[in-house]
Design a protein around this ligand. Structure first.
Ligand code: SAM
Length: 427
């Protein structure tokens, strides 16, 4: 049946497309772990049990905290509502957006619940495959490297990362090498420098006694916002065709502040999106929170400033492993979905004929997945590639990234965060 074939495609690619002949053709379920493993890694695998650290069964401290916050918020809201019965203008427009999304999201959830085989496999997403071995680093004493701190000290320019490319030709036994031996590592500055894994395979790298896995042909530039201009290509035909951005928006949540620093909106106005765009244009994908004030800022100020014309919105619907949504759909302050706003930035050398060759974006696509760590977004690149203008293979970049993808450039102040070897298993 078509469900069986969709299921086997899902097991390989991590993407399940619901019946394309029906109204649910704009809904996909994604397992980020499978997506990453099938498209980014050759020698290593992302460990499911470490990716899915939240929203599975069992006790979760974070979940408790979130629920307390939600109930406090709704108490506050009730009090407020007693005072004024009518919503103000901003609340009305927020509510209108939500009412537009609501039927789509409910329908998406319904079609998911009807796919029984898929539901069963979602329950098991977190289970590590026995045939792979964990990289076996003691997790208890292993604390994460703070790239943000190290990058801001005066010694930052002297910190170096070592890339260990495996030997191209296997040495013979009598040469006295073991097969596992590596050539001299390539040692380069880790901050304010474009670091690239030039091979097609994953490469292991070392920095301050921790190991990192760099996917094939991935690049990263680790710096503060001030240095982002170093990424602007000398020639625009070296620019990017897909630009994914997940800014550190301020939202006042205490848990967010302890995870990474945030920036006021005006800082994002100066992002050089136009200068990063390829001559033949770029698809820009921007993650936003559900605050109406932010949506208005993006539509009225940010996209116009960047030279981006709005094209569509996609929804990311967040699921628990048992198939339920992570929160009530109508909870005002804690919605179980986030939005990805899409627009086009026109390249310098583009005439109107070229512009019309963009494949039109289908509005309102819904991506369903079980969330990973705090604020980690599902890897949407593959779903967007069809709509990306310009030559193939597309040149792709993620701004404010915390991870790397094969063939992509990642920029941010901690792009190696999720590349630490503790998140991986050996294939
Ligand atoms: N998309 C990422 C993911 O899926 O894991 C999450 C990105 S998170 C919303 C925003 C990132 O921006 C954080 O890693 C944060 O440290 C980084 N950031 C904050 N201030 C920055 C600055 N001034 N320069 C560069 N990066 C910054």
């Amino acid at each position: 049946s078509s469900e069986d074939s969709e299921m086997s495609k899902f097991l390989n690619s991590g993407i399940y497309r619901f019946d394309s002949s029906s109204s649910s053709s704009n809904v996909v379920f994604m397992d980020p772990v499978r997506v990453l493993n099938s498209s980014s890694y050759t020698l290593f695998r992302v460990s499911p049990s470490l990716y899915y650290s939240r929203f599975f069964f069992g006790y979760s401290k974070e979940k408790d905290e979130e629920e307390t916050r939600v109930s406090l918020n709704s108490k506050k809201r009730k009090r407020k509502q007693k005072k004024s019965y009518t919503l103000n203008e901003r609340e009305r427009s927020a509510d209108q957006r939500h009412q537009e999304a609501r039927p789509l999201l409910l329908r998406a959830h319904e079609v998911l619940l009807e796919a029984k085989d898929l539901l069963l496999s979602i329950r098991n997403l977190k289970i590590d495959d026995d045939s792979s071995s964990s990289l076996g680093i003691d997790e208890e004493e292993d604390s994460k490297q703070s790239f943000i701190e190290l990058g801001s000290v005066f010694q930052a320019p002297f910190y170096e990362i070592s890339l260990y490319y495996p030997l191209k030709t296997k040495p013979t036994e009598d040469a006295g090498y073991s097969l596992a031996q590596y050539v001299e590592p390539k040692v380069v500055p880790i901050f304010n420098n474009l670091v690239m894994n030039e091979s097609f395979d994953d490469v292991e790298a070392e920095f301050l006694n921790k190991r990192y896995i760099l996917p094939g042909e991935s690049c990263f530039y680790m710096s503060d916002l001030e240095q982002i201009h170093d990424l602007i290509p000398a020639k625009t035909d070296n620019g990017f065709n897909l630009i994914v951005i997940d800014p550190p928006w301020e939202n006042g949540s205490a848990s967010q502040k302890s995870v990474y620093p945030t920036l006021p909106n005006r800082y994002f106005l100066s992002l050089p999106i136009k200068q990063l765009t390829h001559t033949e244009g770029a698809l820009v994908a921007l993650w936003v929170t559900n605050r109406e004030k932010l949506r208005i800022f993006v539509e009225k100020e940010l996209f116009p400033m960047w030279g981006v014309s709005y094209a569509a919105v996609f929804y990311w619907l967040k699921l628990r492993a048992d198939g339920s949504l992570i929160g009530e759909l109508d909870l005002f302050h804690h919605r179980p979905y986030e939005c990805l706003l899409l627009g086009y930035c026109h390249g310098e050398g583009m005439d109107s004929k070229l512009r019309s060759t963009f494949k039109p974006l289908q509005e309102n696509q819904v991506i369903i997945s079980v969330p990973g760590e705090y604020s980690r977004k599902p890897p949407v690149g593959k779903l967007l590639l069809d709509y990306v203008p310009g030559p193939k293979p597309s040149r792709c970049i993620e701004l404010f990234a915390r991870e790397l993808f094969a063939g992509w450039t990642s920029w941010g102040n901690e792009p190696l965060h999720f590349q630490e070897s503790t998140y991986f298993m050996k294939k």
